[in-house]
Design a protein around this ligand. Sequence first.
Ligand code: HEM
Length: 376
Amino acid sequence: MAITSRPAHTAAVTPGVPATALPARAGHAAQPTADDAAVRRWLVATAWSVVAAVVVGGITRLTESGLSITVWEPVAGILPPLSHADWERAYQAYLRIPEAQTVHRGITLGGYQALFWWEWFHRLVARGVGLVIAVPYLWLLVRRRFRPGQAVAYGILPVLVALQGALGWYMVSSGLSVRTDVSQYRLVAHLLLALTIFVVAVWRATTLGRATRAVAERADDRASRGVARALALLSTLAFATIASGGFVAGLDGGKVYNEFPLMGGQFVPREYAELVPAWRNWFDNPVAAQFNHRVLALSTVLAACLLLLAARRAMSGAPWRAMQRVAVVALAQAVLGVTTLLLAVPVVVAALHQLGAVALLASVLVATNEARAARV
Ligand code: HEM
């Protein structure tokens, strides 16, 4: 569809149905318009670009490459070292940090270059996310294609992505002087901020794309209201599971107790409450982090399956299919998680597990939105 400039928000584009013929019931979702479609395309592109950054970021971490670039150069850093002297300078700077002297002790220039390329690629993709978010935002703003009053609300996305860049560097800087890796707190914050951008984009995209067909497919208003609420709770549980997974990753908790379902022959592992004060175990103890992640993950899967069972009579059509997707993705994600653990975190499986977390989040958001649409 050709996109042309228009002074204000344009009318609905349902084929064959004039906008004025649409029912204007109170609380009825407004029909998506051509402007909404343009905004939606931007949001979908944003969500996919975040997925790419999350996956490449995950691989960067899993290959222990994340600390290989010891400076933050948002513009000049686009170019990798171009001469032997440039490579030598970057290599020597890396050799001075604790990780190079421990985890990668004895690393050669060739070995360093392999690390460098992942981190450089991750930063390049991250810059791409910034462009995918900021440039179309400004274009949509100038062409007045946002619904009245929503330009400011969407402005949160460019702000968050700028913060994410700064947070990324804050995370890297935590591993450059004393530690041999980055702070797990900063790693989790970096992961969660990426996913927050993803959530905003997916939620708004599904809301804008919502069609009135859901009205015809609804089975029971009260039931779908309850299901929508339960799904919102499920998305919170999924988010908590993801945060706990970040701590497992940040503490290398996937390298201990590579067995399932028990940990050292016990349900609750012996070292669960090793640190004092007790709350520190959740954030500083790899064994406790892994145990918490198992419990939260299995609760998420169980909740998704129970919700599906409970809603089977009340839901139909697209909302029902969306709920089925949630349960299937949650189950697949748990299988990937257990496989990651049993195989002691191979890069490909662990990266798929990270991708699965994003897919789960997206499927819960879409299902929640569908259930809400089913009661408009
Ligand atoms: C709903 C289910 C689950 C979700 C949403 C989920 C999510 C995540 C996330 C987001 C990470 C962090 C990845 C990263 O930052 O690189 C992670 C890591 C991990 N998860 Fe899960 N997970 C789930 C189930 C499981 C299960 C059932 C297990 C095994 C018992 C498991 C084992 C692991 C391990 C070992 C890691 C660390 C991998 C690494 O170091 O990269 N997960 N999970």
